[in-house]
Design a protein around this ligand. Structure first.
Ligand SMILES: [Zn+2]
Length: 81
């Protein structure tokens, strides 16, 4: 029946409509990363960039390439000592 078809089309349109709600942005993760990058920039200015903030040993170049904002050497960041 035509009316049934029209009714089902209208139902689809109603349920398919966006609610206007959006998923919340993960601001904390973004803010944490920004803080890490800012801390790395501060260490650059203090000429301590690339050194472990815990033991003072130089951080591996490969680790710095992966995580330029890194502040701990591989040993300290894994907690093994
Ligand atoms: Zn260290």
């Amino acid at each position: 029946m035509l009316t049934d078809t029209i009714r089902s089309m209208s139902d689809d349109a109603a349920t398919g409509q966006a609610t206007g709600e959006q998923p919340p942005l993960d601001l904390t993760a973004a803010e944490r990363r920004l803080a890490e990058v800012e801390a790395a920039l501060e260490r650059l200015e203090e000429n301590s960039y690339g050194r472990c903030s815990s033991c003072g040993r130089p951080i591996d170049d490969a680790d710095l390439e992966l995580e330029p904002q890194r502040s701990l050497c591989a040993r300290c960041s894994t907690g093994g000592g």
